[in-house]
Design a protein around this ligand. Structure first.
Ligand SMILES: [Zn+2]
Length: 170
């Protein structure tokens, strides 16, 4: 789950394990750097058309290449969460949307790159032209009863709730 430092990223000294409350954390014995391991925020946009079909993209790259996801991705450090959501939607689908209310927040533990927290907003299309972006093989709208194979347990939970079926927690 995620990557670990062997050496202090600040001064290069080998890290040691040290108790911190209920956790064991890697700490630098020289400069007291502590490697806190936190999930990365990811932002996404749920776009639905007039027939309540959901906009999905087919992943071009691993992990879960060939499976489908709601347009989403990691938030840059200097980026507002809603700006990130709109950017990911634009990059992956060509669609410009106004970012609306929060749709869901879910922890995502099955991404081998990093544990993340997906923050998903409702989006209302205001322009753009539907086309698959760099990270996507295809884009399309799908009716909820006929979804393709969805990547990431957090996304399956969100879409399952929309479909009216509850998906068990991981
Ligand atoms: Zn250090």
């Amino acid at each position: 789950m995620g990557r670990n430092f062997k050496y202090c990223p600040l001064c290069g000294v080998p890290l040691i394990q040290s108790a911190d409350g209920e956790r064991i954390r890697n700490r630098c014995p020289d400069c007291d750097f502590v490697h806190y391991r936190n999930p990365l925020p990811a932002a996404g946009v749920l776009v639905r058309d007039a027939e309540e079909r959901v906009l999905l993209v087919k992943r071009r790259y691993q992990p879960f290449r060939g499976m489908w996801v709601v347009p989403s991705g990691y938030v840059e450090e200097d980026e507002d969460i809603r700006v990130a959501a709109a950017r990911e939607l634009r990059e992956e689908t060509g669609i410009e949307a106004d970012i609306g209310p929060l749709q869901a927040v879910e922890s995502c533990f099955d991404d081998p790159r990093a544990v993340s927290v997906l923050i998903l907003f409702e989006g209302r299309v205001k322009g753009g032209k539907l086309r698959a972006g760099d990270d996507a093989e295809e884009v399309g709208f799908f009716p909820l009863p006929e979804l393709p194979e969805i990547a990431f347990s957090c996304q399956r939970r969100i879409l399952g709730r929309l479909r009216g079926k509850s998906i068990p927690e991981p």
